[in-house]
Write a protein that binds this ligand. Structure first.
Ligand code: KG4
Ligand code: ZN
Length: 336
């Protein structure tokens, strides 16, 4: 079965072709980061308009790369939510239009399910069951995954997501959007012990997170200094990275212990973070579990994870593929 997938929930336009027998045939991605950067964050209306511009050229490129003609596609997958309503509508409308033209069904995909299953695209794919740490710009969740479509929420953030905490504290340090990769780079030159930021809920005994207090602590530290030097900014960045990765690692290890599972799967944009990966790899050695990540370019939003999740869900639930034409998006949509 050949699935053509479209992702447009936020600021990346992604198109991909996944075949359940041959694997990922091609994927194309356009990131809008450069466009949103001058506004310090994603501007929803600009995001929607840019998705409109990118979809056709990306689709042409993906078909050419895969050597596939459009009528060979068996189903069209679209991200139906969660995300920005307008941005979601662009990709969903385009996907439905393609499906109507081809007379093929549409499979609606939950964006987080795409992230969650993305490490399974790798050659060394983890087997079920596993614990998933889903860390993106909008979500921070620990899930128990017993199989495709069988997800139990163990805990999640009660306020800001980890990616959001990176982005907000980066802004306070004068770093451009998106802050995660920038703060990670700056942290490499800093000493995390120069500042200590709080780790809320670290010992709460559940699997919930809280990151909203971090920006206040960083703001207080910056104000106290006045104008931080480059070295002080690096120290603060290192302490922010330390606080976030410490809590994420501690809770992931606790979730593995509590469920008795031996496999951790990490996904979402923050899963690309170098320091988080080093910390989780170290914990995996000490606590004897395996940890899987998607390749770096599939950590952040992409079409490959959408085509892949659709193919996996479709294989176990054929009723998931529905006639094209009735376009529905869900900006808010819980995964469990
Ligand atoms: O999964 P994603 O691309 O989009 C959402 O679904 O939200 O995640 C984007 C988030 C942003 O907050 C960004 O700052 C963060 O992932 N991010 C990182 C890194 N790369 C992306 N955070 C920390 N370190 C990184 N290397
Ligand atoms: Zn995402």
């Amino acid at each position: 079965m050949l699935v053509l997938g479209f992702e447009s929930s936020c600021d990346e336009t992604g198109v991909a072709l996944y075949d359940d027998a041959r694997g990922l045939l091609a994927h194309g991605l356009h990131s809008q980061i450069a466009m949103h950067r001058e506004y310090g964050g994603v501007v929803p209306e600009l995001a929607s308009r840019d998705h409109v511009r990118r979809l056709v050229p990306l689709l042409r490129g993906v078909l050419a790369d895969a050597g596939v003609a459009l009528p060979e596609v068996d189903a069209v997958a679209v991200t139906a939510g969660p995300g920005l309503a307008g941005a979601l509508l662009v990709g969903a409308s385009f996907g439905h239009a393609v499906a109507v033209a081809l007379g093929k069904p549409v499979i609606e995909v939950h964006h987080l399910e795409g992230h969650l299953l993305s490490p399974l695209l790798e050659a060394d794919a983890p087997g079920f069951p596993f614990v998933a740490l889903l860390v993106s710009g909008g979500h921070t969740q620990l899930m128990q995954v017993d199989g495709v479509g069988r997800y139990t929420l163990l805990g999640e953030t009660v306020d800001d997501a980890a990616g959001e905490a990176f982005d907000k504290t980066a802004k306070l340090l004068g770093l451009p959007y998106p802050g995660g990769p920038e703060i990670s780079r700056l942290a490499e030159q800093g000493d995390a012990s120069a500042f200590t930021f709080p780790r809320p809920l670290k010992h709460s005994g559940d699997f919930n997170f809280s990151f909203a207090g971090l920006k206040t602590s960083v703001l207080t530290a910056v104000r106290k200094i006045g104008t931080p030097t480059e070295t002080q900014r690096a120290h603060i960045a290192a302490a922010v990275v330390d606080a976030i990765t410490d809590v994420l690692t501690a809770k992931a290890v606790a979730a593995l212990k509590s469920t008795g599972m031996k496999t951790l799967v990490v996904s979402g944009g923050v899963g690309a973070n170098r320091q988080l990966r080093a910390r989780l790899d170290d914990a995996a050695r000490r606590h004897r579990f395996r940890v899987h990540y998607p390749r770096l370019d599939l950590c952040t939003d992409n079409g490959a994870m959408i085509a892949f999740a659709a193919a996996k869900r479709w294989a176990v639930d054929p009723a998931l593929a529905r006639p094209a034409g009735v376009i529905e998006v869900r900006p808010r949509w819980p995964l469990a």
